[in-house]
Structure formats: C-alpha cells, structure tokens
Design a protein around this ligand. Structure first.
Ligand SMILES: [Fe+2]
Ligand SMILES: [Fe+2]
Ligand SMILES: [Zn+2]
Length: 512
C-alpha cells in the first residue's frame, strides 16, 4: 500500500543535513545567503502554508498550459486582436514589455533562493518558483510573438529590457537589484512579500479583469494563469519576514520600506496608466485608485501590523501620490511619446469627466494639461505628432530613473543630495532616502541625460531614439489616432480631410 501523503511529504520537501568537512558559513556565505546570518538550526521551524509536492505541481501546471493553449488557438491571432479597442491593445504592449523578461530575472532570484535559502522547505518552494517564472517568461513571448508581423511594437515584448528607452532603464534599475542581485532574504521580502503579495494582484487580477471586460479574453486568461502561480511562491515572503522581524526588526522594516516604494512606482506606471487611460471608458469597473485602496492599502497595513512592523515612514507621501503620480507620468509619457514603444490616446471630455469624478482632489490641476494638448492637436495636421510633442530635455530621478514628476503640476517634489562630489536629484524624499541608505549600490549609475552628457549616447533626438533606444519611425510611440478624435475640432486648412477616428491605424496597413 502506498504511503499517505503526510507520511512522506516532509521527507520530500524538508530534508536537511549537517556538514562534517566544511563549515556552514562556507556552504552558505553571508553575501549570497543574506543577513542577518543565522545557523541552519535556527531556520529549522520555517514552513510555508501550502506545501506543494512536485507531482502535484507538474499535474497542476500541465492543466494550466493546456487551457492556455486552447485559448491561444481560439483567440491568439491578429484577426482576433484587430477587433480590440486600440487603446487597450497598447496597454497590452506596455504590460508585455515590462513583465516578460522581468519574469525571467525572477527565475534568477528564485534559483538563488533554491540554493542559498536557509531552510530546505524554502529551497524546495523556490525551485518550483523558478519553474513558475520560466513559464511566466515564455507565455507572453509565445502568445504575443504571433502579433509581431501585424504590429512591430509587439516585438518589444522581447526587446524592451535589452533597450535603452528611459522606461527600460528605470525598469532594469529596479529589476536588476530586486530580482537578479538580491540575496534570498532580501528577495523574499522585496519580491515574495511586497511585490508579489499585494502589487501583482493589481496587474494580474485587476487589470486582467478589465481586459476581459474590454473583450480581451486572451490577456485575461494569460494574466490569471500566471497569477495562480504567484500565489504559491509569494507565500515564501511572510515566514521569512516573521523570522527577520524576530532577529532584526530594523532591517525588516528597512527592506519593506524600500521595496514598497520601488514597487509602488513600478505599478503606478504600468497598472495606473493601463487602467485609467488605456482601458476603454465604458469598460472600466473602477479607477486605479480604487483598486489600490482595496488591494494595497488595507491589506498591506493589516499584514504589517500582524507581524509587528510599522507602515513605511513616508506613508503620507504614498497616499498623496495615489492621486497624482500615474497621472503625471502619463502626461509626461504622452508629451514624449516618441521615446516609448507603444501608442497613447488623448483623454477626451468623457474620460476627463470620469477622471474628475474618480480623482476629485487632483483632477482640476491636471485637466489643463490635456486642454492644452487638445488645443495643440486642433491646430496641427492629423498624424503630425511632432507638432504636439515635448522638445525640452526632461530630468530623471537618480534612484528610480523615472521622470521627475512626483508632486503636482504646481509643486514638484524633487529633492537633491550631495554625495562624493556629485549632485544627485531625486523625484521624491523616499527615493533620496533609499539612495542614502546604500549609496555604494547606486552612486555610479547614469540616467539617460547623463549618458548623453558623458558622450555615451547621441544628443540629437532622432539619433538618440534610433541608434541608442532601438526605436524607429514605425515603432516609436504616437498618438494612437493621429490626433483625430470625434470630439476634437480641427482648425487646420485640410482639417476637412481628416479620417474618422475609428479608421485602422497601428495595424498592418499603417505599419508596413
Ligand atoms: Fe512571475
Ligand atoms: Fe513571481
Ligand atoms: Zn525616484
């Protein structure tokens, strides 16, 4: 008779041994295993809530893959994709580029924990986590590759992290530190606890549901299939955090504070923009702010209290930025859309009325930006994006590498700091604080403007975009409708000849 599951489970997932001819410090050096460094015996009680066995894992994953293959066959082609709202399709490009290879970086983080995590159960779960993240890399690469022939911007699913577009510089700055370079303790707090427990829900459940609403079943199924894995390996975070709080509460609080802010900026850019600007208005079930309040604010506060930690010291700044930051980022990105790999839309009167209702404390100050952009489009010819495009050089944060647009249009929250004879500029106090905790980690990094000044990147804008950022005229971002909207009155001489707003653009016709 075969053994019952509980009789062999611990033998399979939690076997450890003592070393006789090497010291434990040599097998698990502090640099790669993480600090505070504890004897293995002190980790022996470590355990994760769902204890998945390898055979359960393989069966579960095979079923998920099969379901996804069916969806791909039915809905994966360009013919199906062409029916989707254009704004939404561009939100998918933003998602695909920023996540696909970040998931691959997460393979590295999980594998390091699979070797250097301090408890055997932790190592076993991290091994399954690494397999998960390989899958999360391959799914978007496979599903969206079919679309490259239709629209070359989808090529950025693979290309993005290898490029020098400013969003990629920012994403790499975070992803390299969080997923590739961190030790298993920092990875468990930063990735498993902060990033994967709360924030990924915003994108992989919240945005996925909006995608389903918008008619994109493929995106919905792809994202939710991935999220079912996240829930399993995210569980590594809490038991590591609890151990860390007991041994070194200060370090636990520091890692939470640092990674909460960095994760927040990442998701504000990716999810905030996709939810409040690139999801068709009639399909929106809630604002980004409402999703954040539901899935981050309450849940995160409760979990922190339960392990005996405080809210991050900058909590008031975080709460304030929920009303502003992703709006400021979208306005900046739209104004410099040729510097990114996806197209953007101009929010019309209905969208702006919706945004005013959802963001009553900030929208009055943000609305004039869009009024001005609309006025400039009405004086420009359709499709002539550079007449409605920023030309002044923008500044970037020395920590997060995003545009310096924290705060409000009237009051920018940028702050400076002198270090090693160099002046650093930060978008916000939390970014400066993170830099000051470990300056040796960040001091040598150059942002895009500094690379131009150092002669590493061309100063001419077109050369910068084509030779340094990897974009070209077909792929750089444009207004998705060429500035032609039913509500926008055109005052140019050939305005009468403007195509209707639903004319295909961004498809094969427009991107030969
Ligand atoms: Fe993942
Ligand atoms: Fe993950
Ligand atoms: Zn910053």
């Amino acid at each position: 008779m075969p053994l019952a599951r509980q009789e062999w489970l611990d033998l399979a997932r939690d076997v450890d041994w003592d070393f006789t001819y090497v010291r434990e410090e040599e097998v698990f050096p502090e640099d790669v295993s993480g600090r505070p460094w504890l004897r293995g015996a002190e980790w022996r009680d470590w355990s994760e809530p769902f204890q998945t066995t390898y055979s359960e894992y393989v069966r579960g994953q095979a079923a998920k893959e099969q379901a996804l293959a069916g969806v791909r066959d039915a809905l994966g082609g360009a013919v199906e994709r062409r029916k989707l709202p254009r704004a939404w399709t561009n939100g998918v490009k933003l998602h695909a580029a920023t996540f696909a290879l970040a998931e691959f970086a997460a393979v590295v983080g999980n594998l390091r924990a699979a070797r250097f995590g301090r408890s055997p159960a932790w190592r076993t779960t991290a091994t399954l986590g690494a397999l998960d993240e390989i899958r999360h890399t391959q799914i978007p690469l496979l599903l969206l590759h079919d679309l490259v022939r239709w629209d070359r911007q989808f090529d950025w699913t693979h290309k993005f992290f290898h490029s020098n577009v400013w969003v990629a510089i920012a994403a790499r700055h975070m992803v390299d530190e969080l997923l590739v370079a961190s030790d298993p303790v920092e990875f468990a707090i930063g990735t498993n606890f902060v990033f994967e427990t709360g924030f990924t829900n915003l994108q992989f459940l919240g945005l996925a549901a909006l995608g389903g609403q918008a008619g994109d079943r493929l995106f919905e199924r792809m994202a939710t299939s991935i999220q079912t894995d996240e829930a399993r390996h995210a569980q590594i975070g809490l038991p590591v955090l609890e151990k860390l709080v007991a041994i070194d509460r200060g370090r636990a609080q520091y890692l939470v504070d640092k990674w909460f802010w960095r994760s927040w900026l990442f998701f504000a850019v990716v999810t905030g923009v996709a939810m409040d600007y690139l999801t068709p208005l009639e399909r929106r079930t809630g604002s980004f702010k409402e999703f954040v309040e539901e899935w981050i604010l309450d849940q995160f506060e409760r979990t922190l209290a339960s392990v005996g930690l405080e809210r991050p010291w900058y909590w008031h700044r975080f709460v304030e930025s929920i009303d502003w930051f992703h709006h400021m980022i979208y306005a900046s990105a739209y104004s410099y859309r040729a510097t990114v790999w996806f197209d953007m839309v101009l929010p019309g009167p209905d969208e702006r009325a919706w945004l005013r209702r959802k963001y009553p404390s900030s929208w009055d100050a943000l609305d004039p930006i869009w009024r001005r952009v609309a006025e400039r489009w009405s004086a420009a010819d359709p499709g002539v994006d550079f007449e409605v495009h920023g030309s002044a050089i923008v500044g970037f944060c020395s920590l997060c590498q995003l545009v310096l647009c924290q705060g409000t249009p009237e009051h920018n929250r940028a702050v400076t700091h002198e270090h090693g004879g160099r002046r650093y500029v930060f978008c916000s106090e939390p970014c400066r604080w993170i830099f000051q905790q470990e300056p040796q980690r960040y001091e040598k990094h150059l942002d895009l403007v500094q690379r131009v000044l150092a002669g590493q990147a061309p100063g001419n804008v077109v050369a910068l975009l084509t030779r340094y950022c990897g974009l070209d005229e077909q792929t750089w971002g444009k207004d998705a409708f060429g500035g032609v909207y039913p509500w926008l009155e055109r005052r140019t001489t050939n305005g009468a000849a403007t195509p209707p707003a639903d004319a295909p653009r961004g498809g094969m016709e427009a991107r030969p």
